[in-house]
Design a protein around this ligand. Structure first.
Ligand SMILES: Cc1ncc(COP(=O)(O)O)c(C=O)c1O
Length: 428
């Protein structure tokens, strides 16, 4: 089948897609809305609606406080053991709790204290701001002479092995990176970098927010020490659903997170006066689980596990390759640049296209004038010039990608973006 820029080629790819049937498991209220933002907030699975309704009306409404002894208390570890299957970890190495930022705080503070004597935390200049801010705050609160060293990029898309190697040294306590960069989608080889960290005596912590659910992960095989990730992107847990954290079994009794809440105690309901940290992964919880916002993760995870991460990755690579092909054919002649790695083995599941007018082009995609078209495309804008197009292989179709890229072409060719304000909204 010869690759072309025609829509029928995209339809053929959809017809051959073994995961196409999963799209029907999600609420797609408007067929004219092309959603390429599942890497920010995943779609709502149909099965989540009755699941949450039952939780509210039956479990809370009728069962009241008895819910805690009927599954709520164990929800963080029960969901953790399902996420463990997605990330290649053991059942008792993952717990769902708090937010990604709070988990980054707990684990990085614990790791720096454990690595007494080593004074450098290594991260990179593409990391998500919350990661870097949390590390700066941890260094400030520990007040023990730590510093943050950032791996630098030479091409604004990726990191060279040379720069990675030279930034991690014998004085590195913790290497704390996000596997897939939120802007460029550059993807680290976790196994390789973790090995390098260990050779230098450092621990390795990975933020999996932009990879979990889209990229196969094998944390045990790769010897990873610590990890965090969010559940509202490719895991489709819902807006603000709690995050997860992973601590390698052998380290669980060695590290001491900085917040000693009662859910981290061996026996929260013994109400003892002195804290006795739990031996296992519960040590890394803090407080009463957020049952309502956590519950949506459960049915959504089952869909991902049924589809399988290897199959999801295979489709995601095909789709990002196809998107880049269309961009090269339709948009590069108009002045766009591809702001993501062309090598799919170093790319996550989104693609950034760069243009000086990226913000206004995004607004034109999201908010079309009714006299122009009913087709609405939702990407997101990442300053200064990135239009970020997220592929969620569970429900993104090849035709979605085709329609979105054709619309981008029209918006630029016809100058439609010029009718939009440069003033940026709060959430972009
Ligand atoms: C890599 C990464 N870490 C963390 C977060 C967000 O953290 P939080 O859930 O604490 O807001 C994001 C959000 O997009 C992210 O991309």
């Amino acid at each position: 089948m010869k690759q072309t820029t025609e829509e029928h080629y995209a339809s053929q790819l959809d017809n051959q897609d073994p995961l196409a049937k999963f799209r029907d498991k999600f609420i797609i209220a408007d067929p004219d809305l092309i959603y390429l933002d599942g890497n920010s907030l995943g779609r709502l699975p149909k099965v989540t609606v009755p699941h949450l309704q039952n939780l509210i009306e039956e479990e809370w409404g009728k069962g009241l406080i008895e819910g805690w002894n009927k599954g709520w208390f164990e929800m963080p570890t029960r969901l953790g053991s399902r996420i463990a299957q997605l990330i290649g970890a053991r059942d008792d190495e993952v717990v769902v709790c708090d937010t990604t930022s709070v988990n980054l705080f707990k684990l990085s503070a614990a790791a720096l204290k454990y690595q007494a004597g080593k004074k450098v935390l290594v991260s990179d200049e593409f990391n998500f701001p919350t990661d870097l801010y949390v590390f700066q705050g941890v260094i400030d609160i520990l007040n023990a002479g730590h510093q943050l060293d950032l791996i630098r990029s030479e091409d604004s898309i990726s990191f060279s092995e040379e720069n990675i190697n030279k930034t991690i040294t014998g004085n590195t306590a913790l290497v704390a990176l996000t596997q897939v960069a939120f802007k460029s989608a550059f993807m680290y080889d976790i196994q390789k970098v973790t090995k390098l960290a260990h050779q230098k005596g450092a621990l390795a912590m990975w933020d999996l927010s932009h990879s979990v659910g889209a990229v196969p992960l094998k944390l045990n095989d790769w010897d990873v020490d610590l990890a965090v990730g969010c559940t509202y992107k490719y895991l489709n847990g819902g807006p603000g659903s709690p995050a997860f954290l992973f601590v390698r079994k052998e380290l669980q009794k060695e590290l001491f997170p900085p917040i000693w809440g009662w859910f981290a105690d061996q026996a929260p309901f013994a109400f003892n006066l002195d804290f006795s940290p739990a031996d296992g992964i519960s040590r890394y919880q803090i407080s009463t689980p957020h049952i309502l916002s956590m519950a949506g993760i459960e049915p959504a995870l089952e869909i991902l596990l049924e589809a399988g991460t290897d199959q999801l990755r295979e489709k995601s690579v095909k789709q990002t390759d196809y998107l880049i092909y269309l961009a090269q054919q339709l948009l590069l002649p108009l002045g766009f640049e591809v702001g993501s790695p062309l090598d799919s083995s170093r790319r996550g599941s989104h693609v950034s296209l760069r243009d000086p007018e990226a913000y206004r082009i995004c607004r034109a995609l999201i908010d079309p004038k009714p006299e122009d078209t009913t087709l609405k495309v939702i990407p997101d804008f990442r300053a200064p010039n990135n239009i970020r197009l997220g592929i969620a292989p569970l429900y993104t179709s090849f035709v979605d990608i085709h329609r979105a890229l054709k619309r981008l072409q029209t918006i630029v060719e016809d100058g439609i973006y010029q009718n939009y304000s440069k003033k940026q909204l709060k959430v972009t």
